[in-house]
Design a protein around this ligand. Structure first.
Ligand SMILES: [Zn+2]
Ligand SMILES: [Zn+2]
Length: 393
């Protein structure tokens, strides 16, 4: 089976690249993936697969093997692009000015289309069902994954296992990365408005200084990370925007603050968010001002089910060779695949796309991000192999 998949992936590699280039040239922003949805639907129908529209711009479909209800494994690709002006001078450069596939979601979508073709060809040779999940809007709250789940993407049929992959510009092409357990962080946005009473900088006694209040809040909140957090769970609190808008001699009326809180545990996350709100409000009040706290909750933390991840890593070793399968460190970025991981045993792994010799080294979300396209053959072939390995269990 493995050799058949490898052969098909190799035979079809040119098609994977063509699909990826079409998607790359025609990127669409989160929740606006209408043409992408149509493109994917057309390719699936050509193969012989009938997709169903979901979440406005998403698609689900199934490939039934023998004894289709024996086991169901879902495979996910995200399809949205970012508001970035592409700086690459390549023949497949974005034709949609100001929008760019700078996070590799074109690669994920093209890979899953490749998986669709490979596994449809081999459908008489495995037991169970492969569920294809093409989701919109990974990059934007509330996250396309949450909408997909709300609209039933994990029902009828309900998968017992789910896999997702993401390009990795820091991992050389030809290598794959896995991590068991907590892997990526929850990310919540914090917005504070600290109010005092402005006035002349020379007469602070007549006002209530929101700049000083804000300073105390920012310093004090770090103790939530250092004193309240269980050191076993990584967590980050960062404030990247503070606007006071006074002057050398003007105390402003209010200060506006924005930050991010990230965590690797849902109980701790809820506890920390409550502490942040209480402490910010309490400090402001004790100093005569007020602090309005608004928290925009983002994606949950991403957990890779350990046993499934161990099996997928083993299957990857069979497909790629031991030397090409690496262990990942935890990473406090967020990813909406995390929603699925709280509903079904899941494994989210990294596909190496870096090629220093070709100068392909830029990070995701940058105007010069690109991939070594030989990653597509691996992206499609390996995911096919991981799915049938799990179905064979
Ligand atoms: Zn991204
Ligand atoms: Zn991404």
């Amino acid at each position: 089976m493995k050799d058949k998949i490898k052969q098909l992936a190799n035979d079809l590699a040119g098609e994977f690249v063509a699909n990826r280039r079409h998607l790359h040239q025609n990127p669409e922003l989160s929740y606006e993936e209408f043409k992408t949805q149509q493109y994917v639907a057309t390719r699936l129908k050509e193969i012989g697969i009938t997709p169903t529209e979901i979440a406005n711009t998403g698609l689900v479909a199934t490939i039934e093997g023998n004894n289709p209800s024996s086991k169901i494994v879902a495979l996910r690709a995200d399809m949205d692009a970012l508001p970035i002006v592409e700086a690459n001078d390549v023949p497949y450069k974005s034709l949609n000015q100001g929008v760019m596939h700078a996070c590799g979601h074109d690669v994920h979508t093209a890979s899953l289309l490749g998986v669709s073709k490979i596994l449809y060809n081999l459908r008489n040779e495995f037991d169970g069902t492969v569920k294809l999940v093409f989701q919109p809007a990974e990059e934007k709250a509330p996250g396309g994954a949450s909408v997909m789940i709300a609209e039933g993407a994990l029902l009828n049929p309900a998968p017992s296992k789910m896999l997702g992959q993401h390009v990795a510009p820091n991992i050389p092409v030809g290598k794959i990365g896995f991590r068991e357990g907590m892997y990526m962080a929850s990310a919540d946005e914090l917005y504070f408005t600290v109010k005092g009473k402005g006035g002349h900088g020379a007469m602070p006694e007549l006002g209530i200084d929101p700049v000083l209040i804000t300073s105390h809040i920012i310093v004090a909140l770090q103790q939530i990370i250092s004193r309240n957090r269980n050191p076993r769970y990584p967590s980050v609190l960062t404030f990247g925007k503070v606007i006071a808008n006074g002057a050398t001699n003007v105390i402003p009326n209010e200060v506006y603050v924005e930050g991010t809180f990230r965590a690797m545990d849902e109980v701790w996350r809820a506890d920390a968010l409550a502490r942040i709100k209480k402490m910010a409000e309490g400090i402001a009040e004790s100093m005569g001002g007020t602090c309005e706290v608004f928290i925009q909750k983002g994606y949950p933390f991403l957990k890779n089910e350990p046993e499934l991840t161990r099996r997928m890593k083993g299957a990857a070793v069979e497909y790629m060779g031991e030397e090409n399968v690496i262990d990942l460190d935890i990473w406090l970025a967020a990813e909406d695949f995390a929603y699925y991981t709280h509903h079904v045993d899941s494994c989210f792994y990294r596909l190496g796309t870096r090629n220093e010799e070709k100068g392909i080294i830029s990070g995701v979300h940058t105007p010069t991000f690109d991939i070594d396209e030989s990653a597509l053959e691996i992206g499609a072939g390996l995911m096919s192999w991981l799915a049938v390995s799990e179905l064979a269990l």
